[in-house]
Design a binder for this molecule. Structure first.
Ligand code: S3P
Length: 236
């Protein structure tokens, strides 16, 4: 992406039309009837962000929206941001700039998103491929949505928006080979939540909340140090 003038962060937020507001962290709202277990989780997570990773069809966007709503976080979707900034579909970006061009944009968007806290970020399935992206993902808590190939295929069989699947003669074979190549990367996540056939967003979302709560209880020092703003003040 040499020579590309990438938008300043303030412009990037203007692309997020979900609320029409311009600051991720300051506009988070507490749902009135926040469940006690979610409240506890929010109090730890509000100083960082959640990053959802996983293969195409694993439900990162749907679960991300659920979690953002429950936690009173801002929801962001890196693919949507790329499409807004470029004013092109992901398919057209792949056609015009190739996969590497798309990966450059993905890394640049992640760079812009990463400094914000209190966000729930749905990433593209290939975000794990570039080593440079991991430093940014790991400023937050990384959640892997794991699903078996047959569940992914069922969800993806009518999809026409994913360029990596567009020319597949055998969808199951393509999904399986992408997953096999990336599984060890997805498994670097802080927590993994498994999804089964027919699982609804609500069920998976609740499972993510439960798993994250356990993770934070088991790893308090890391969670407490996720963001510099969370560090104790001098003398305290
Ligand atoms: C990709 C996944 C897509 C999108 C692009 C490439 C991948 O996002 O970023 O088509 O490499 O797995 P979703 O995981 O949201 O489908």
């Amino acid at each position: 992406m040499a020579g590309r003038a990438f938008p300043a962060r303030s412009q990037l937020w203007m692309c997020d039309q979900s609320t029409g507001q311009d600051s991720a962290a300051s506009t988070s709202k507490l749902p009135r009837d926040m469940k006690p277990e979610v409240k506890e989780l929010r109090s730890v997570l509000k100083k960082c962000s959640l990053y959802l990773i996983g293969p195409m069809g694993s439900g990162k966007s749907a679960i991300g929206k659920y979690l953002a709503f429950e936690l009173g976080f801002r929801f962001l979707d890196t693919d949507e941001l790329i499409e807004s900034v470029e004013n092109k579909s992901i398919s057209d970006i792949f056609k015009e700039s190739g996969e590497e061009g798309f990966r450059d944009l993905e890394a640049a968007i992640l760079d812009q998103v990463q400094p914000f806290i209190g966000c729930c970020v749905a990433t593209g399935g290939g975000v794990v491929l570039r080593k440079e992206n991991w430093g940014k993902l790991q400023t937050g808590i990384v959640v892997y949505l794991e699903a078996p190939v047959d569940v992914l295929v069922e969800r993806l069989k009518k999809d026409t928006t994913r360029p990596l699947l567009a020319d597949a003669d055998d969808l199951a074979e393509r999904v399986s080979s992408i997953l096999n190549a990336r599984r060890y990367l997805y498994e670097q996540a802080d927590v993994t939540v498994s999804i089964g056939a027919g699982d609804l967003v609500d069920k998976v979302g609740k499972e993510v909340v439960r798993t994250l709560t356990n993770f934070i209880k088991a790893n308090p020092p890391r969670a407490a140090n996720l963001h510099p703003g969370n560090l104790p003040q001098d003398g305290k």
